[in-house]
Design a protein around this ligand. Structure first.
Ligand SMILES: Cc1cc2nc3c(=O)[nH]c(=O)nc-3n(C[C@H](O)[C@H](O)[C@H](O)COP(=O)(O)OP(=O)(O)OC[C@H]3O[C@@H](n4cnc5c(N)ncnc54)[C@H](O)[C@@H]3O)c2cc1C
Ligand SMILES: *[C@@H]1O[C@H](CO)[C@@H](O)[C@H](O)[C@H]1NC(C)=O
Ligand SMILES: *[C@@H]1O[C@H](CO)[C@@H](O)[C@H](O)[C@H]1NC(C)=O
Ligand SMILES: *[C@@H]1O[C@H](CO)[C@@H](O)[C@H](O)[C@H]1NC(C)=O
Ligand SMILES: *[C@@H]1O[C@H](CO)[C@@H](O)[C@H](O)[C@H]1NC(C)=O
Ligand SMILES: *[C@@H]1O[C@H](CO)[C@@H](O)[C@H](O)[C@H]1NC(C)=O
Ligand SMILES: *[C@@H]1O[C@H](CO)[C@@H](O)[C@H](O)[C@H]1NC(C)=O
Length: 502
């Protein structure tokens, strides 16, 4: 008993010391120049500086995940592109780190090292569709759902992440997977030009030609490392067939895993550009109190029911339940549980961290091993029992139509994207365990892949991955990224989200 209390006092002391040092460092940082009185008058009328004691600070700094989140000492809610440039210059002059925040869904362990100014992008939310209807320009603070909505009103669509509440650019700067990628390529393949503020506070226009054209390649896959995008012009397309989409959904028991993934391998070779599947391993005690289950969702465009030649192979496997429905493209976030009103969009006080792996195809034996391991290490009463493994089977035609070396996105060869999503209550000792379990489950898939190269989508990464894992194994890729980093961000100001070392 006595020994324990001593430990408690000691630990409290350490926490207090760390806390106070942290506070002191910030106080000193801001005493150099008072952000409210110095930066404030330089900003536009629409801008706002929100300090920790101000109303609105909690809301402006809320995160989707509490796993090792960034620490904010002030929020600058910018109203214009110039506000961003001005804030970056102020931060540089005072040696304070800054981080752009749009949808607050970024989760990678290295963000926890951040301690500084949040540059809140949300007010930059404009949409301008070009006269010829082939491109649209969006403000850099738009969320995916707002892009979908604004285009839909004009009978248009483009590739974006499925989740309505993530930023549009957060996903797209790392490639950006979405349901329309089979037709058009990933979100960054749609980029036509952009305006951005680089580490020096300069506003630059970036496209495939012109003075900053070397940056163009990097902004399509490694973009978070090079600047804050203030506006983006992307290709847009006419919505076909009134935007009709349909789905069919199955729940399979534990013992069907091998057969289901063999069928998904078949599907991957046949699914047309306007189709995708999204599958999840998770626990649902009301369906199976002992083992995890496997849900498979098939979604198809321009049909009033998913075509029988795709559904019958799954029905034949004997699912525990089958559901189906139809609606429009705009219903897809709701069907997949990532619309504005979903749990995934509402800030929950849980710690979440993901472990992605890209695969060419599924190894049915390894998929069964994954299911077995999940069942063992995440038992019915485990503190991680709401964790999931997500399988995203997008069509790849549009993605493979773009040459592998054309952009910094390195994973065009992978046809399946698997993500172990660990979820637990925010308790530090659980976080360490979550990392161990997440890596263990991912390792099962890497061993089954027949390759030693782990491909990890940067926007789902845990932060435990190597540079090669995130940005590609070809030496020329990293060489090119490092040269650009040295040229455009020599002080590593963008060094918090999957950073490329200078
Ligand atoms: C529920 C859910 C669903 C998801 N669905 C998809 C999906 O369908 N497809 C997909 O590809 N990914 C998806 N993701 C992953 C997503 O790409 C990342 O989580 C991404 O970081 C979210 O961006 P954000 O703007 O919401 O987050 P933020 O935390 O605001 O931003 C993430 C990082 O992006 C950078 N950043 C933000 N805004 C800008 C800007 N304007 N200019 C430059 N840099 C900026 C900053 O470095 C920031 O740290 C999903 C994630 C979740 C949690
Ligand atoms: C900065 O100046 C404002 C306005 O004068 C004042 O209210 C605030 O306390 C100052 N902040 C610091 C950290 O000194
Ligand atoms: C854009 O932001 C402004 C200012 O916050 C807000 O009033 C407006 O409703 C937003 N527009 C859209 C389309 O989200
Ligand atoms: C499925 O049927 C459609 C027509 O309904 C056809 O175009 C397609 O080639 C078929 N695909 C497979 C894999 O059978
Ligand atoms: C997780 O465990 C808790 C506590 O035992 C339990 O109440 C809850 O139903 C479990 N959830 C799942 C999805 O198994
Ligand atoms: C990609 O490789 C091809 C063939 O080697 C080459 O012609 C092209 O210039 C390269 N593109 C880029 C963007 O590096
Ligand atoms: C499939 O996975 C199993 C289990 O990890 C492994 O033994 C086997 O070699 C893998 N098969 C291939 C073709 O890689």
């Amino acid at each position: 008993m006595g020994a324990m209390s001593t430990w408690k006092v000691w630990i409290t002391g350490v926490f207090l010391a760390v806390f106070l040092t942290d506070r002191l460092t910030n106080a000193i940082a801001f005493r150099r120049e008072n952000i409210t009185t110095t930066l404030g008058p330089q900003l536009s009328n629409g801008a706002q500086i929100i300090l920790p004691h101000n109303a609105g600070f909690v809301q402006a700094t809320q995160r989707w995940s509490l796993f090792d989140p960034p620490h904010f000492t002030a929020v600058v809610e910018v109203g214009t592109e110039e506000d961003i440039a001005t804030t970056v210059k102020f931060a540089n002059k005072n040696n304070i780190p800054f981080l752009a925040v749009t949808g607050s869904h970024g989760t990678i362990a290295c963000l926890g090292k951040f301690n500084g100014i949040e540059i809140r992008m949300r007010k930059l939310n404009s949409t301008v569709i070009s006269e010829d209807g082939k491109t649209a320009t969006f403000g850099g603070g738009k969320r995916s759902g707002e892009v979908i909505e604004a285009l839909w009103a004009a009978g248009k669509q483009t590739v974006s992440g499925i989740c309505e509440c993530t930023g549009f650019l957060g996903p797209a700067l790392g490639g950006g997977h979405g349901v329309l990628q089979g037709k058009y390529g990933i979100a960054s393949d749609q980029f036509v030009s952009m305006r951005m503020v680089t580490a020096d506070g300069a506003i630059r226009e970036v496209s495939s030609s012109g003075p900053n054209s070397d940056l163009w390649w990097a902004m399509q896959g490694a973009g978070h490392n090079f600047g804050i995008v203030t506006s983006i012009t992307s290709k847009v397309y006419d919505v076909p067939d009134g935007g009709l989409w349909s789905y069919e959904t199955y729940v399979f028991s534990y013992d069907k895993v091998e057969a289901v993934f063999e069928t998904i391998n078949w599907l991957a070779q046949h699914q047309p550009p306007g189709m995708f599947n999204r599958d999840v391993i998770y626990r649902n005690p009301s369906v199976d109190p002992k083992n995890p289950i496997l849900q498979v969702d098939l979604l198809q465009e321009s049909v009033s029911a998913v075509a029988p030649n795709f559904t019958s192979p799954f029905r034949k496997l004997g699912p525990m339940s089958v559901g189906s429905g139809s609606g429009t493209y705009k219903d897809i976030p709701k069907w997949t549980g990532v619309n504005f009103n979903s749990i995934a969009c509402n800030v929950a006080d849980t710690s979440k961290i993901r472990f992605p792996i890209g695969l060419v195809s599924y190894n049915a034996t390894a998929q069964q091993a994954l299911m077995d391991t999940f069942s063992q290490v995440i038992g019915p009463d485990s503190p991680f029992n709401v964790s999931q493994v997500l399988f995203e089977g997008y069509s790849m035609y549009g993605v493979k139509a773009v040459p592998d070396n054309a952009t910094a996105f390195p994973h065009r060869g992978d046809n399946q994207l698997v993500t172990v999503a660990m979820v637990n209550a925010p308790r530090p000792e659980l976080d360490a365990q979550a990392v161990r379990i997440g890596n263990k489950l991912r390792q099962v898939l890497l061993e089954g892949s027949g390759s030693t190269e782990l491909h990890a989508y940067v926007n789902y990464a845990a932060g435990t991955e190597s540079l090669q894992n995130l940005y590609g194994f070809e030496p020329w890729r990293l060489k090119r990224l490092k040269e650009l980093k040295a040229k455009y961000d020599p002080q590593d100001r963008f060094g918090y989200y999957a950073p490329i070392p200078v």
